[in-house]
Design a protein around this ligand. Structure first.
Ligand code: FAD
Ligand code: UDP
Length: 380
C-alpha cells in the first residue's frame, strides 16, 4: 500500500476539524495535517487576551452548554471548567427585560403582578393559534401572540438574518423558549460551563499530539495537489469546496466591533439584546461575566449583522435546504472526502452539536479503517 506523508488532511481547525484530528492521531495513531486559512486555531470559538489583557472572543460570545455527558467528558480531557449560567436582557420599551420571556418579563413589561398560573393564562390569551407551524413567525405568534412577537422577536430576527421571521424555518426562533416561572437562565442544559483558561487554550491541548501538524494562514486551495495524504476531511463551506457549481449557499455574516472601556463594568449581565430595528447591532456582550476575569477595565463586543463577509450562520429556510441537498448528494458521491461541521453540513449547530457530529464521524472513519485493515490482511 502506498505510503502518504499524511494519512489525513483536515481543512479547518475549529471544533469539527480539531476533534477529528485528535481522535485520528491519539486513538488510531494516524498522521494528520490540519490547516486553517485563519492565523489561529479554534475556528469561531477563538479567544485571546486583547491589548488591555482582557480575554475576549474574536467572533462573538461563545457559551458552552450541553445535555450530553459524553461530549462533556470528551472535552474535559482538555480543559478544566468554570461554572457559568448565561443570562440575557432585552432592551424593550425603554426597559431591560429577561429573555427568554419569563414571569418577570411579563410582569415588568405590563406592570402586572401575575403568578405562574396567571402568566400562563395571560400568554394563552395572547397566543394566536397557527394550524401548521412552519416559520419562525408561526412558532412565536402561536406561543405568545403578536404583541410580544413584535417587541422581542421581529426586529431582532430581521436584523440578524436580513429576513422577516415569516421567511425563516421555525427552528430559528424555536431556540428561544418562553417560561411562566422566574427562571431567567438562557439555557436549561444539564451542563453549563466555560473552559477555565478559554477556548484557545483548550484547542491547544486538543491539538497537542506528536502525530498532528498544524499549518495556519493556509487555504486548502494553496495545498491542494502539493501535500500527499490518504483522506480529506473538509470543514469549510461545502459550496466553496464544489466551486459553487449549483450556486452559492446563503450564509449570514456579522461585523464584530470590539471595544474596551476604562471602567470595571458596563451592563448588568453578559449579554443585552437590542430588538429595535433602528439600532444596528443585535447584541452587546461584556466578557468578564463569561470568563470570571477580574480587571479594572471591561471589554465589549457589538454584533452588527451583514449580508457579505465571513460565513457565520447557515440560513435555515426551505429553498436553502433544497440547494444544500444538491451539494450533499455530490458529497455522498465523493467518498474520498468527509464533510463535517457547521459550514460543511450547512447546519445551524452549537459547539456541542459539532463535537457530537465529529465524534460520530470518527466512529464511521474508524469502521472504514478497520474494514480496510481486514481487507489488507486478506490480500497480503
Ligand atoms: P468553524 O468554527 O467555522 O471552523 C471552520 C474553520 O475552517 C474556520 O476556522 C475556517 O477558517 C476554516 N476554513 C474554512 N474553509 C477553509 C479553507 N478553504 N482552507 C482553510 N481553512 C478553511 N455555539 C455554542 O455552542 N454556543 C454559543 O454561544 C455560540 N455562539 C456563537 C456566536 C456566533 C457569533 C457564531 C458565529 C457562532 C456561535 N456558536 C455558538 C456556534 C459555534 O461557533 C459553532 O458551532 C462552531 O464553532 C462550529 O465549529 P466548526 O468546526 O464546524 O466550524
Ligand atoms: N431571537 C430574537 N430575539 C432575541 C433573541 C433571539 O428574535 O432577543 C431570535 C433570532 O432570530 C435569533 C434566534 O432567535 O437569531 C436564535 O437566538 P440565539 O440567541 O440562539 O442566537 P445565536 O446565539 O445563535 O446567534
Amino acid at each position: 500500500m502506498a505510503q502518504f506523508e499524511f494519512d489525513y488532511l483536515i481543512v479547518g481547525a475549529g471544533f469539527a476539524g480539531s476533534v477529528l484530528a485528535e481522535r485520528l492521531a491519539a486513538d488510531l495513531n494516524k498522521r494528520v495535517l490540519i490547516i486553517d486559512r485563519r492565523p489561529h486555531i479554534a475556528g469561531n470559538a477563538f479567544d485571546y487576551y486583547n491589548q488591555e489583557g482582557i480575554l475576549i472572543h474574536q467572533y462573538g460570545p461563545h457559551i458552552f452548554h450541553t445535555n450530553s455527558q459524553r461530549i462533556l467528558d470528551y472535552l474535559s480531557r482538555f480543559t478544566e471548567w468554570l461554572p457559568y449560567e448565561h443570562r440575557v436582557l432585552a432592551d424593550v420599551d425603554g426597559q431591560l427585560l429577561p429573555i427568554p420571556i419569563n414571569l418577570t418579563t411579563i410582569n415588568k413589561l405590563y406592570h402586572l403582578d401575575l403568578n405562574d398560573a396567571q402568566a400562563e393564562a395571560f400568554l394563552a390569551e395572547q397566543a394566536e393559534h397557527v394550524a401548521e407551524i412552519k416559520t419562525s413567525e408561526d412558532v412565536v405568534v402561536n406561543q405568545i401572540g403578536r404583541a410580544l412577537y413584535e417587541k422581542f422577536f421581529r426586529g431582532y430576527t430581521k436584523k440578524q438574518w436580513g429576513l422577516d421571521p415569516s421567511e425563516l424555518d421555525k427552528s430559528v426562533t424555536s431556540r428561544v423558549p418562553t417560561r411562566t416561572n422566574h427562571d431567567d437562565r438562557y439555557f436549561l442544559d444539564a451542563h453549563q460551563q466555560m473552559p477555565l483558561h478559554g477556548y484557545t487554550s483548550m484547542f491547544n491541548n486538543i491539538l497537542a499530539h506528536d502525530n498532528i501538524k498544524v499549518l495556519l494562514n493556509v487555504d486548502y486551495r494553496e495545498v491542494r495537489g502539493r501535500v500527499k495524504f490518504g483522506h480529506l476531511i473538509f470543514t469549510g463551506p461545502i459550496d466553496e469546496y464544489f466551486d459553487y457549481c449549483f450556486g452559492k449557499l446563503p450564509y449570514r455574516s456579522l461585523k464584530f466591533r470590539h471595544v474596551t472601556l476604562d471602567q470595571p463594568q458596563f451592563q448588568s449581565v453578559a449579554v443585552v439584546n437590542y430588538p429595535d430595528e433602528a439600532i444596528e447591532h443585535t447584541r452587546i456582550t461584556e466578557y468578564k461575566y463569561l470568563t470570571g476575569q477580574i480587571h479594572h477595565k471591561t471589554a465589549l463586543t457589538y454584533e452588527i449583522p451583514q449580508a457579505e463577509g465571513d460565513p457565520y450562520y447557515p440560513i435555515p429556510r426551505p429553498q436553502n435546504a433544497e440547494l444544500y441537498k444538491q451539494y450533499q448528494a455530490l458529497a455522498d458521491a465523493t467518498p474520498d472526502v468527509t464533510f463535517v461541521g457547521r459550514l460543511a453540513t450547512y447546519k445551524y449547530y452549537n459547539m456541542d452539536q459539532v463535537v457530537g457530529q465529529a465524534l460520530a464521524t470518527y466512529q464511521r472513519l474508524l469502521a472504514t479503517e478497520q474494514a480496510s485493515a481486514v481487507l489488507d490482511t486478506v490480500y497480503e
